[in-house]
Design a protein around this ligand. Structure first.
Ligand code: CAO
Length: 307
């Protein structure tokens, strides 16, 4: 519709349209998003204010988030996971680890559970490339880190080959580097799935934005003790709220629900597993009875050989 009489398109309309396309405010292709120009407001009319420049990180992250929000058809699936046993296991583990200066938060267990779920549902560990789906055989998990300058997403590489303690140690080191603004570009690249944990801060559920070219992201909120019905009585259980945003071009609703259910069950079951010796940082192996027997046998064999 033009601005001339009876909606006729005038020369000025064409000029304004071309200017809009060139400035990026209007898409050139037919069928694109016909988005209104950003509102221009004289804020001084309404009160006093100050103008602060956006940080470099905010500008880069903002442009990426805006593209991902408009180009990816997001669906967010919510769930709540019983982590009562996992929390007891985590507290015990942290007591053992205190002397090593390592602290495990629920994030490390979530990364491990996500890897198991990604192995089970490979399409969630993928990217769209034109008409093909690239299914990755590696498990590099990014986690959103809040820094004074804005959001960054460091990546834990080959998380499938690392223990919970190794992941916790690496995540803490990367988060520290992120807050100090010392992350190298390579430490934020190559992720195949992301986790955004706001659990340490608060809030219930939220809808995280997918980190393209990944196809899904897991949001984690604050765990809360809730009364749960166990078929005969209400019992207090620690419940962790999860939100999975997925790209509906790649992941169907049923697959999204199956993925988050599997992930939750895996996470819950981690509290039931006995702490594995391999998950602790490398320390001298404790002397066990079996080890003692083996050493005694070896000594006897050496003595025999010398004779
Ligand atoms: N429920 C309850 N408590 C939780 C929790 C949860 N889901 N997750 C963490 N906590 C607790 C931790 O156990 C810890 O408690 P204690 O100090 O009592 O031991 C406390 O909260 C602080 O944890 P943390 O946030 O320092 O550690 P983390 O491993 O959970 O998270 C990191 C690390 C880097 C992810 C986090 O510091 C951070 O930056 N989060 C923000 C991410 C973000 O901005 N996301 C939004 C992206 S989209 O805009």
């Amino acid at each position: 519709m033009g601005s001339g009489p009876k909606g006729r398109i005038l020369k000025e309309d064409v000029q304004a349209f071309v200017k809009g396309v060139l400035s990026g405010a209007r898409p050139a292709a037919a069928g694109g998003l016909d988005i209104l120009a950003w509102p221009k407001v004289d804020f001084s009319k309404f009160g006093s204010f100050e103008s602060r420049p956006l940080s470099r990180i905010k500008k880069i992250a903002g442009a990426n988030l805006a593209r991902n929000w408009v180009m990816i058809p997001h669906v967010t699936q919510f769930d709540e996971v019983d982590i009562t046993a996992l929390e007891q296991h985590r507290v015990r583990l942290n007591q053992e680890l205190e002397k090593h200066g390592v602290k495990v938060t629920v994030l490390a267990f979530l990364i491990k559970a996500a890897v198991e779920a990604l192995k089970q549902f490979p399409e969630v560990n993928s990217s769209i490339d034109g008409e093909n789906l690239i299914i990755k055989h590696y498990f590099h998990i990014g986690f959103a880190a809040d820094t004074p300058n804005g959001l960054v997403v460091p990546v834990i590489r080959d998380a499938d080959q690392k223990s919970v303690v190794e992941i916790a140690t690496e995540a803490a080191a990367l988060a520290k580097k992120a807050r100090e603004g010392k992350l190298a570009p390579g430490e934020m690249q190559g992720g195949s799935f992301s986790i955004s944990s706001l659990g340490g801060i608060g809030g219930t559920l939220f809808t995280p934005i997918i980190n393209a070219p990944e196809v899904a992201i897991l949001g984690v909120s604050r765990a809360e003790t809730k009364p749960k019905w166990d078929a005969s009585a209400f019992v207090p259980r620690l419940m962790l709220p999860l939100s999975l945003s997925y790209d509906h071009r790649v992941i169907d609703g049923a697959a999204g629900a199956r993925f988050i259910t599997f992930l939750g069950q895996t996470l819950s079951a981690m509290g039931e597993a006995k702490p594995r010796a391999e998950s602790a940082p490398k320390a001298p192996a404790p002397k066990t009875k079996r080890a003692g027997v083996r050493t005694a046998k070896k000594k006897a064999a050496k003595k025999k050989a010398r004779r």
